[in-house]
Design a protein around this ligand. Structure first.
Ligand code: GLV
Ligand code: MN
Ligand code: MN
Length: 431
């Protein structure tokens, strides 16, 4: 996409982030949960994830921010503006990771936000509005299948029905974890933040895709976020003896699952081009029972994630996939149960902020790409209660959710400096 020509750019704030300090702290937090192959595992509510939160609290305290932690564990570190009151500019991301993920997804955005705010404080930059660093709990769906948990609670977007099928691999129910923190179906909206207290939400994130690198652009200005439809599929056939059951008499749940997996790929490929809605579909996890060499699989449980940048193309792909599932099950005489996890529509980001971000890039003569996001982010929940915007920096070879995830320090620092410019403008301007 081509960036529109804009008017004369305004000046930058003039203050400069401390690159060494930013990279040092990003490295330090990335060591929490690091594994043998350089991958980072900080699943939500795990000991490692809690330790990363402790380090963040320590950094916020050192920076002299006023800390508030809500009941789910979202952390807010506030720098008051001139009046100390009024709606705040929120800036942040998440610290939890996928299983064997990278160092940058989410974490880079939180650490960048800390660096921005401490730079503003040290330099006594005049701010009309308060600025709050935020770290949201459980953005990743890797543990419970449920994404953007903390920001969804802050936006008042978690519904009781969402919790029905949110269970981790050990059988722990998300609903029970929430109950242990005093969050129940009856008070799911009690963590909702009053929209009048949020002036805007900003998130700096790695792209997690190949576009910026391919186009040699150091910054992406995000216009919208693709949202997933997620469900579990339970296929129930008949477990039986692998030596005595003739092929034509089997009800093999795993063979049916294999057909489903291939169908998800084929259907989503049909609509994968940008002009067809950039549909993507993934079967990311599967459990088979009994799961031994000498028994026909009687049960298969699959997790299915289908996304698109348009609601209509996602709905069409989901409909086709589900129809195919029922065809396969009927033909193979097995039972198929579809258990919904979450259904969301793609989220447009705030147009005025998109323009402001473009202006800030132009002020610094930074080439940028205006683009949608294929990955989900906390910004898609925050957009429901406040004007929200996102900046991307390049991901090497577009790889993410992998130990190979990498972004150049230079890109991280450039993105953080740009984020500072943006925050100062939003804090001091009427938007
Ligand atoms: C978040 O990382 C996602 O799954 O999009
Ligand atoms: Mn992320
Ligand atoms: Mn992620």
């Amino acid at each position: 996409m081509k960036s529109p020509t804009r008017q004369a750019p305004s000046a930058t704030s003039g203050v400069v982030i401390d690159k060494r300090r930013l990279l040092r702290d990003l490295n330090a937090i990335s060591r929490i949960g690091i594994g043998d192959h350089g991958g980072v595992t900080r699943l939500v509510f795990s000991i490692k994830e809690l330790r990363s939160r402790q380090l963040l609290i320590h950094l916020m305290r050192q920076a002299g921010l006023t800390i508030h932690i809500d009941r789910i564990g979202n952390i807010f570190g506030r720098l008051n503006g001139e009046s100390g009151r009024g709606p705040a500019v929120l800036v942040g991301s998440h610290l939890d990771t996928v299983l064997h993920g990278g160092k940058f997804d989410g974490t880079m955005g939180v650490m960048a936000a800390v660096e921005v705010v401490r730079t503003l404080k040290e330099n006594k930059v005049k701010l009309s509005s308060p600025v709050e660093v935020v770290s949201f709990v459980g953005e990743e769906s890797s543990r419970f299948g449920y994404s953007t948990l903390g920001s969804s609670l802050v936006a008042g977007e978690v519904r009781g029905g969402d919790l029905n099928n949110a269970v981790d691999a050990q059988g722990t129910k998300l609903e029970d974890v929430l109950a242990s923190m005093g969050i129940h179906r009856r008070n799911l909206r009690s963590l909702r933040r009053d929209p009048s207290t949020v002036k805007a939400y900003l998130e700096l994130h790695i792209e997690q895709g190949p576009i910026l690198e391919a186009k040699k652009k150091p910054i992406g200005v995000v216009t919208s976020i693709a949202a997933p439809t997620r469900f579990k599929l339970l296929l129930t056939g008949q477990a039986d003896h692998s030596g005595t059951t003739p092929m034509e008499m089997r009800k093999d749940a795993l063979v049916a699952a294999s057909e489903v997996i291939v169908a998800v790929e084929a259907i989503c490929r049909r609509y994968s081009r940008m002009e067809k809605g950039r549909v993507v579909g993934t079967v990311g996890a599967m459990k088979i029972e009994p799961g031994v060499i000498n028994a026909i699989p009687g049960r298969a449980e699959l997790s299915i994630d289908i996304r698109s940048i348009t609601a209509a193309s996602k709905k069409r792909a989901v409909r086709l996939v589900q129809r195919r599932i029922h065809d396969i099950a009927r033909r193979r005489e097995i039972r198929a149960d579809i258990l919904p996890i979450r259904e969301e529509d793609p989220v447009p980001l705030d147009t005025r902020l998109v323009h402001l971000l473009q202006e800030c890039c132009e002020t610094r003569s930074i080439p940028y790409e205006v683009m949608p996001s294929g990955a989900g982010h906390d910004a898609m929940q925050m957009a429901k209660i406040a004007p929200a915007a996102m900046l991307f920096i390049p991901s090497r070879r577009g790889i993410s959710h992998s130990p190979l995830e990498w972004s150049d320090p230079e890109d991280i620092c450039r993105g953080t400096q740009l984020l500072l410019d943006v925050i100062v403008r939003i804090a001091n301007e009427k938007i």
